[in-house]
Design a binder for this molecule. Structure first.
Ligand code: GLU
Length: 495
């Protein structure tokens, strides 16, 4: 049997971390089994639809390499393919209606004409009696003639599931094991609303069945809805698919993450400078674990290692330190040209006019920071000193307990010495050799020479060493001049 999974987002917001995890697990399980991954869009709640959300969800999945085999995908715009469509629920209304009516005719569902006021009244009474609010099956007692006349006079109505009393609904969740619920705790769920739209429960069951879904993988928050779905499968006489509910994603505080919190939108993570491949690697571990030491996985390796048994039961905690660590690792392992291409937008955002500098220089700047960078968005702040003259703290220029006069003297001597060197010498090995020889010949203490030199070049408390910085400036035709100017300004400040 072909394994078929689906991701079924509602376009009520941009793709968030939880959605990405659901999509990833569904994708992995399909790929692992040479099956199919379907993207269906559940847009039956028109009031909550957010413009642009559908496009964002589909495009982001494609950016992450999670391209659906059927349903919506992104290829220079929103496209859809597959034999079992349409894949947009609002285009399937007649299918839901037909199925809801089928349930009415075999008594698993019934028409309900109750007004909002009556429902409100009955809810109030239940609350007063401290009973859980449930529909009281009032309309189940209507006679065939009454129903007929109400329908022919176009009275507003819904179709409700007729949940039998005193039965036990059971299903096996592949993560959580057997789950049992008494039907006495299940409401007569509305299946078809008065505007002809299905509720989520009807639409999800009909579509998962008609689209031959074998494994429903979705967040734990859908477990309470599953008994209703099981009742629907049996009312239709259909075999239900396998259910897999990975654990909720929790914030470090232990609270459940909500997609309404803007900071869990995938787009925000990408804008903060997390790499898609690092984020995907991180998200894979939210509720799954390969049960080995390996922590770094590309998509192909994830497909190989993924299995449903390795999904954990308990909450997956979003640990941003771990994300930073993984992201830093991906950045370090990246080829410089690739890193460069990805970093340019962040440099531009930081106000650096990249078009005014040769690529060789920009790449060298990056190479210097590649080791330390955790997020691409940090890059502007880190490399700013290459592009604008530093502001010096005179105290910082002075090495430990050294004397201002010595430092000033050393800086001036170094400046004069560097002045005599030809520009070609401003490359890592040669400049290091020359400067070290000079320091020795002058009897300077290393710290008293190299510390102020470094601070004069970067203005920073912590930065790469002076030879590395000079080597980078060496890639600019005016590099030597910049270096001398900085030494001069630092000396002036100390003077
Ligand atoms: N449309 C639901 C959502 O927005 C999908 C639930 C499911 O996968 O069954 O999350």
């Amino acid at each position: 049997m072909e394994i078929r999974t689906r991701f079924a987002p509602s376009p009520t917001g941009f793709l968030h971390i939880g959605g990405l995890r659901t999509a990833l697990f569904s994708f992995l399980w399909a790929r692992k089994n040479s099956g199919k991954f379907i993207l269906r869009v559940e847009d039956t709640d028109k009031a909550r639809t957010v413009p642009g959300a559908l496009e964002n969800i589909v495009q982001t999945l494609t950016d992450f390499g999670l391209t659906p085999d059927e349903g919506f995908y992104w290829d220079n715009g929103l496209k859809s393919r597959g034999e079992l469509g349409p894949y947009l629920q609002s285009e399937r209304l007649d299918i839901y209606k037909k199925h809801a009516e089928e349930l009415v005719s075999n008594k698993h569902a019934y028409y309900c004409f109750c007004t909002e006021q009556r429902l409100e009244q009955s809810r109030k009474e239940q609350q007063e009696k401290k009973l859980p609010p449930k529909y009281d099956k009032h309309c189940l007692n209507l006679t065939a003639d009454e129903i007929k006349s109400k329908l022919s006079s176009n009275q507003p109505h819904v179709i409700r599931l007729n949940v039998p009393s005193d039965q036990v609904v059971r299903f096996t969740d592949l993560v959580h094991g057997e789950i049992k619920v008494s039907t006495n705790d299940v409401d007569d769920q509305v299946l078809l609303k008065s505007d002809g739209f299905p509720t989520y429960h009807l639409a999800v069951v009909v579509d998962d069945h008609l689209m031959n879904i074998t494994h429903i993988i979705r967040g734990e928050e859908w477990i309470p809805s599953t008994p209703k779905h099981i009742l629907l499968y049996s009312a239709f006489g259909w075999e239900s698919p396998q259910f897999v509910h990975p654990p909720n994603i929790l914030a470090k505080s232990g609270k459940k993450l909500s997609k309404r919190e803007g900071d869990v939108a995938v787009k925000d993570f990408l804008e903060k400078g997390y790499l898609a491949e690092a984020l995907l690697n991180f998200v894979a571990f939210l509720g799954w674990n390969p049960k080995t030491e390996q922590e770094i996985f590309n998509l192909r390796e994830l497909i190989e290692s993924f299995s449903l048994e390795k999904i954990n039961r308990s909450g997956a905690v979003l640990d941003f330190d771990k994300l930073d660590w993984i992201n830093g690792l991906y950045i370090r392992n990246m080829k410089i040209e690739e890193l460069f291409a990805r970093v340019v937008p962040f440099l531009v955002k930081a106000g650096i006019k990249t078009e005014n500098y040769p690529k060789s220089f920009l790449e060298k700047v990056l190479l210097l920071e590649q080791e330390r960078l955790k997020k691409l968005s940090e890059v502007g702040e880190r490399v700013k000193y290459f592009f604008e003259d530093p502001q010096y703290d005179p105290q910082l220029l002075i090495w430990k307990k050294s004397d201002k006069k010595i430092i000033l003297d050393n800086l001036q001597k170094l400046q004069n010495f560097l002045q005599t060197l030809p520009s070609e010498k401003f490359a890592k090995e040669s400049i290091e050799r020359e400067v070290k020889q000079f320091i020795e010949s002058q009897g300077m203490k290393t710290g008293e020479a190299l510390w102020p030199l470094r601070v004069a070049l970067s203005g920073l408390d912590a930065s790469p060493g002076p030879f590395e910085i000079m080597d980078v400036f060496g890639a600019l035709s005016e590099g030597k001049e910049i270096i001398l100017k900085r030494l001069n300004r630092a000396a002036e400040i100390l003077f």
